[in-house]
Design a protein around this ligand. Structure first.
Ligand code: C2E
Ligand code: MG
Ligand code: MG
Length: 748
């Protein structure tokens, strides 16, 4: 409502306005002096009244309000409408500090890295102008957000008088803005941070951490076989699955770090202040295991796997770009090394990634070049060690690299989409070669889940049988549990069709993560293969594997299926799996996989009885290596050769007559130092024991939990950078001790 007459409202406003010079007048001189020259008064007065009216209508229309403080920051004016609207009586406002009325709205932006909000008190204290500052109204239950502006006022002698300002309600627009922001920074499906936000977070965090000398780990996760679920169960099911994946990730990591979905089936986790690779490896293994548990999506069961790559700042990368690259490379390596693995970044991976790309190229036409062949590993009866059949295992004889492991190239073939071609070739080849054997033995062929779902799988089995004339009962198809990743009904249908052809079915790698009792009941398997990870270590004290072997055997017995204990290597393992009732045994203790030629020779001789040959018991896995490493003793650095290494110790060569009990440090490269004590010593060879056990690098390798920190190298005067192979040299080179060698070095 607009007031024209000089009623009380106007009088009140006039008084107020006189008390707040500067804001509502044009010049800095303040309001016109109403007692001035009479001839001027009417014009100034009408102008003045018009202005007051204008402000009045402005306030009435809800476009904004005004406020003013005195030189002590106490409120001396607040628009009447505002007081009414927010239910603030004068007693609660007038004379009270402005900072008690408006509080800084820190959360005005969702992206906390973007706000540089200083508290309101800061601006007031510094007598700075305030523009578009988001604030929250204090003393209110429901949240009201305002945007305020204000200017400090000074009199002619530059004495500070207080602030004059305006305010407007932005509660609604703030919500809309936050919604839009949420859309741009969060993944709408899972509610996790999206790629943009994760990228920004990582960048700001790493910048801050650099100054504070803190560390930060990054895990990249990628789901295995997600596409299969999407294809067989449909996109809505795929979406539902991703939501459940997000929920599981949150369950494990929510308190430890920040989780994001970068798109598709790619996830990322930022973990502040962790650089212990033992801890990170355990976490990654737990994540992978957790994600491998079956999901129930829209009434169907689904199983997927996950691979993880881990990189740690500043060790593997100082800025976000390098760290992400490092984690990506580690992920790529994890996927390449078979599935359901994690991998730490190491500087070797650069080369590995390159060589894997070459490998993929070469694999495309390996069949045409005749580089693929099948080897056969005997499976014997537990009762009398007589040959019961063979498992066919594919081999790739690469012209430069020699035999490449199927662990590597099968996953590769799946990725580049030629697994179907490879699988069909194997089926045909095996059926043909089995027909060449002088006796009717069974042969098992491995089938990849991808291959099984191609649509014409049953047909291709039928063709292979027809063309070779092999009796279907002699052919056994080994299928891993992961085949139950998607549409179980479709899978069961294929199984029954295969059974109708007369072939046998074996469930491979049983117990490795996708096990479910329900499909065992429905699926027509003839055999369960107990995964070698349960056979290995089953004889160690306190190891639960032997109980698991027993459980699998009794389950198979109850369902009238045979059991094969895979990967039996030692006599004690053999005794154990026999005692636990496995009906068949396969493993190096009887024979490694052999070529068709070797198989033929043996079969022609009619030699079907096998003898167990192997070590008594399993030793902590030792890897044979041949690598130059550094050895530091008494400030002197030697070069020695690492001959083999296990978690607890190593054998080194190169120093002569080192006494037992000598302590030194092995520099394993990439800043990895291991304190070791000599336990055995013979001429130029020493057996050493590590003070702290090494840990798995996720694949076959070992690594130290901790490394030389790039911050230490920086403190020694070098620029901060990711670790290089000679990280320790960089550090040690800076503090040259008196270095007189204590031990003689063996010449090469
Ligand atoms: P798998 O089907 O579980 O095959 C058993 C693996 O264990 C074989 O590895 C075999 O050589 C190895 N093994 C057998 N006895 C022992 C032992 O006593 N100690 C140890 N340490 N290992 C033993 P391989 O030949 O490297 O094959 C690895 C995997 O690659 C196979 O696991 C199978 O999943 C896959 N694969 C092999 N050939 C084919 C194929 O033709 N098609 C498909 N789709 N996959 C294949
Ligand atoms: Mg197999
Ligand atoms: Mg197996």
């Amino acid at each position: 409502m607009v007031h024209i007459g000089r009623d009380d409202g106007i009088f009140e406003r006039e008084r107020d306005l006189i008390a707040m010079p500067g804001l509502f007048s044009k010049g800095s001189k303040g309001v016109p002096d109403l007692t001035d020259d009479a001839s001027v008064i009417p014009i100034a007065e009408t102008d003045y009244i018009r202005r007051v009216e204008l402000l009045d209508s402005f306030e009435d229309a809800g476009l904004g309000w005004f406020w003013a403080t005195d030189h002590l920051g106490r409120i001396i004016y607040l628009s009447k409408n505002a007081k009414e609207k927010f239910g603030l009586p004068d007693a609660m406002v007038i004379g009270k500090p402005l900072t008690g009325l408006f509080i800084t709205d820190d959360a005005s932006m969702l992206d906390e890295d973007d706000v540089s909000t200083r508290p309101l008190a800061y601006y007031l204290g510094a007598r700075n102008s305030i523009t578009e500052m988001p604030v929250k109204l204090a003393s209110r239950r429901e949240e009201i957000f305002l945007e305020i502006a204000g200017k400090p006022q000074f009199d002619a002698r530059h004495r500070f008088l207080g602030y004059r300002g305006s305010a407007r309600d932005i509660t609604r627009s703030r919500e809309t803005r936050r919604d839009a922001q949420r859309l741009s920074l969060y993944d709408s499906l899972t509610g996790l941070s999206n790629r943009l936000r994760m990228g920004r977070r990582l960048e700001t965090m790493l910048k801050q951490y650099r100054n504070a000398k803190r560390v930060c780990a990054l895990i990249m996760l990628d789901l295995d076989r997600f596409k299969q679920v999407n294809d067989t169960l449909g996109h809505p099911a795929g979406d539902e699955l991703l939501k459940q994946v997000a929920a599981r990730l949150k369950q494990i990591c929510d308190t430890k770090g920040e989780i994001g979905r970068l798109g598709g089936d790619e996830f990322q986790i930022i973990l502040p202040d962790i650089d212990d690779r033992g801890e990170l490896g355990e976490l990654a293994a737990r994540l992978i295991q957790m994600l491998a548990q079956p999901y129930s999506v829209n009434g169907s069961r689904a199983t997927i796997g996950a691979s993880a790559g881990i990189a740690i700042a500043p060790y593997d990368g100082v800025n976000s770009e390098d760290l992400v690259k490092a984690a990506d490379l580690a992920l790529y390596a994890a996927k390449g090394g078979g599935r359901a693995q994690y991998r730490f970044y190491s500087s070797d991976l650069q080369e590995d990634a390159q060589s894997r790309r070459y490998l993929e190229e070469d694999l495309r036409d390996a069949i045409e070049r005749g580089e693929m062949l099948m080897h056969y590993q005997p499976i014997v009866k537990a009762r009398d060690y007589k040959l019961s059949g063979f498992e066919a295992l594919m081999r790739w004889d690469h012209p430069d690299r020699g035999f490449v492991s199927p662990e590597i190239f099968i996953a590769c073939a799946e990725d580049i989409g030629i697994i179907d071609k490879l699988g069909k070739w194997a089926l045909r080849k095996v059926c043909e070669q089995a027909q060449e054997w002088p006796m009717e033995l069974r042969v098992a062929v491995n089938v990849s889940p991808t291959q099984l779902n191609t649509g014409d799988f049953v047909q291709s089995v039928q063709m292979a049988l027809q063309q070779s004339g092999l009796d279907p009962d002699r052919l056994e198809l080994e299928i891993t549990e992961s085949v139950f990743a998607g549409d179980d009904e479709q899978t069961l249908k294929i199984f029954h069709e295969l059974k109708e052809l007369g072939v046998r079915l074996a469930l491979d790698d049983f117990g490795t993560g996708y096990s479910s009792m329900s499909y065992l009941r429905h699926a027509p398997f003839d055999k369960i293969k107990i995964d070698q990870s349960f056979v290995r270590g089953s004889t160690e004290k306190g190891n639960k594997n032997s109980a698991i072997v027993s459980a699998i055997v009794s389950l198979a017995d109850a369902l009238d299926m045979e059991t094969v204990a895979e990967g039996t290597e030692t006599h004690d393992e053999l005794e154990l799996v026999k005692a636990r009732g496995a009906s068949h045994i396969q493993g190096y203790i009887f024979s490694r996989p052999i070529s068709q030629q070797e198989a033929l020779v043996r079969l022609e001789k009619g030699d079907l009885a096998y003898e167990p040959r192997g070590p008594e018991r399993h030793r902590a896995e030792r890897q044979t290596v041949f690598r130059k490493i550094g050895l530091i003793h008494d400030d002197h650095r030697y070069r020695v050769t690492l001959r083999n290494i296990s978690k607890t110790g190593a054998r080194i060569e190169g120093l002569i007559d080192v006494p037992v009990g000598t302590k030194f440090v092995l520099d394993l490269g990439d800043g990895q130092l291991a304190v070791a004590t000599v336990r055995r010593s013979k001429k130029h060879t020493q057996g050493v024991e590590f003070e702290t056990s090494l840990i798995s690098d996720g694949a076959d390798g070992l690594c130290t939990r901790h490394r030389v920190s790039p911050y230490e190298i920086e403190a020694a005067g070098k620029p901060l950078a990711a670790l290089t192979r000679d990280a320790y040299g960089q550090l040690a080179g800076l503090s040259p001790g008196m270095s007189i060698p204590r031990f003689a070095e063996k010449g090469d």
